[in-house]
Design a protein around this ligand. Structure first.
Ligand code: FAD
Length: 463
């Protein structure tokens, strides 16, 4: 790749490493979690601090080079890297400070949920985060944030108290209810469109050890599992986070060897209420159908957030689709049974997350996260090791999504969208889209932050 832009001035300014093509770490530095993404930026800046972030933002703006911002690097479309541009990689900015007295925690923009949950556990405090420990708090929170504690405590973004944001003009602003309230509204669901968040401050809750795990049921009882879930989600106490999945059984000791590699309907559950109530809350799940295998036990909260880690190492091929639904009707259940049963690999995640309870306590226009009436957020995360399977597995995910479409709302969760879903941004924000555009015009009129589910400042209004 040839470019007329010299990276020297940026390298001289930054404390963190500035990695270009000639560096031994270049291939590692340009890679993101999705192994299908093979992009070659001019430079990856491993930002040591907010000063490096400001320098990188200014450099990209002045040089006219594309800018990617990377937290945990988990975006399936690979927004955390680019061809020929600059990457502000915040992964060195991994730190967490807990204020136990005020039940808050502040964390750096490159922190992962594994870092965060580990650091807050000794204080007996947690907040809603993702179900995999290696995902970044940044991208996940900015897009909304779905996890086991959402029914009780809301989305991750609902627990955001404030954020330090480096804007396109290089200023650092505090975004909170009190300061820059419009920016604060926009970053709670609007993704990385408005600036680089160098630190996040969260409301924390008294959660330390939970009872949690996974139940496997025969695939041919999948209809019973989904029908049960569609109802139980409305009556189960909010302390229960749960979702069904179609899962190819991994070779784990609690699963009979003959079942390894076979597909099952599963329910993953996390009880964050009083430990002595766990059995009665799980009893209806156990009654759904004969249990093929089960691994449910008391454990630290951070452990359930690592349940899927081994299945999702960096470097696998990924293609994702996503939708929201108010109900799991007969048509949706039929589509899930037909396509979920064909889940191509052990790594693939077909999860139907419950996003009711406290998520619905927040008004649809109170934050940028628009779909507060949805009870279910489905992700069809096709994940597989061999690039030779790309065409077949992408076709599977697309076919699955198409079959669900008539039973889904018009938009989906921005953090679960695939690389070819850029045209859905308006639908994903629906009634909040126009306000997002006007805030984008104020903070990023030139669309410097465009490597994301992009809110284009030049969009014309109306739905
Ligand atoms: P990145 O690729 O680093 O960033 C994603 C987006 O956020 C990009 O547009 C980027 O520019 C922007 N961004 C990143 N850091 C910053 C920053 N500091 N300031 C401003 N913008 C920034 N989502 C859920 O809600 N719940 C889950 O349980 C969940 N599990 C997942 C598990 C896996 C294995 C994967 C791959 C994804 C999962 N997701 C989940 C989706 C996840 O929320 C998105 O992929 C999210 O974008 C990841 O954030 P990141 O910081 O890791 O990614």
């Amino acid at each position: 790749m040839t470019t007329m832009v010299s990276i020297e001035p940026l390298a001289e300014t930054c404390r963190g490493q500035v990695i270009t093509e000639d560096h031994a770490d270049y291939d590692a530095a340009r890679a993101v979690h999705n192994g299908m993404i093979d992009k070659r930026p001019l430079a990856v800046v491993r930002c040591a601090d907010a000063g490096d972030v400001i320098a990188t933002v200014k450099f990209a703006r002045e040089s006219g080079l594309p800018l990617s911002v990377r937290g945990g690097g988990h975006s399936a479309p690979g927004f955390g890297t680019n061809d020929g541009g600059v990457v502000a990689d915040l992964s060195p900015m991994r730190w967490v400070r807990v204020d136990a007295r005020n039940q808050t925690a502040r964390a750096g923009g490159g922190t992962t949920w594994g870092d965060f949950n580990h650091a807050t556990y000794p204080y007996g405090l947690a907040t809603t985060g993702g179900v995999v420990s290696t995902t970044g708090i940044a991208g996940l929170t900015l897009g909304g944030g779905i996890g086991y504690l959402a029914r009780k405590y809301g989305l991750s973004c609902d627990n955001l108290i404030s954020a330090d944001v480096v804007t396109a003009d290089g200023r650092t602003l505090v975004a909170s209810e009190q300061e820059n309230a419009d920016l604060f509204w926009a970053i709670r669901g609007g993704g990385g469109n408005f600036g680089v968040v160098t630190s996040f401050e969260y409301k924390m809750h008294p959660v330390r050890d939970i009872t949690a795990g996974i139940f496997f049921f025969p695939l041919d009882r999948g209809a019973d599992v989904l029908k049960f879930y569609a109802e139980y989600v409305h009556t189960a106490p909010r302390e229960l986070g749960l979702f069904p999945a179609f899962q190819v059984a991994p070779p784990l000791p609690f699963i009979a060897e003959k079942d390894h590699g076979r597909t099952f309907a599963a329910i993953i559950a996390c009880w964050a209420g009083a430990p002595e109530q766990a059995e009665s809350v799980f009893a209806p799940i156990r009654d759904v159908a004969p249990i093929v295998a089960e691994m449910v036990a008391p454990m630290p909260y951070f452990a359930i957030n690592a349940l899927f880690d081994a299945l999702l190492p960096a470097g696998l091929q990924q293609y994702w689709k996503a939708s929201y639904a108010v109900e799991l009707n007969a048509g949706a259940i039929a589509a899930h049974l037909e396509h979920g049963a064909q889940s191509p690999t052990m790594n693939t995640a077909v999860h139907i997350y419950a996003i009711n309870g406290a998520v619905h306590d927040v008004a649809p226009d109170a934050t940028a996260f628009a779909y507060r009436e949805a009870n279910f957020a489905t992700v069809i995360a096709g994940i597989w090791p061999d690039p030779a399977d790309n065409e077949r597995n992408i076709a599977w995910a697309r076919g699955y999504y198409k079959a669900l479409e008539p039973h889904s709302l018009s938009g989906g969760y921005v953090n679960f969208m695939g690389e070819d879903d850029g045209d859905k941004v308006r639908a994903n924000y629906r009634q909040n889209y126009d306000r997002l555009v006007s805030i984008k015009r104020e903070y990023d009129p030139e669309n410097l932050f465009r490597m994301n589910q992009n809110i284009n400042p030049r969009s014309v209004g109306g739905l």
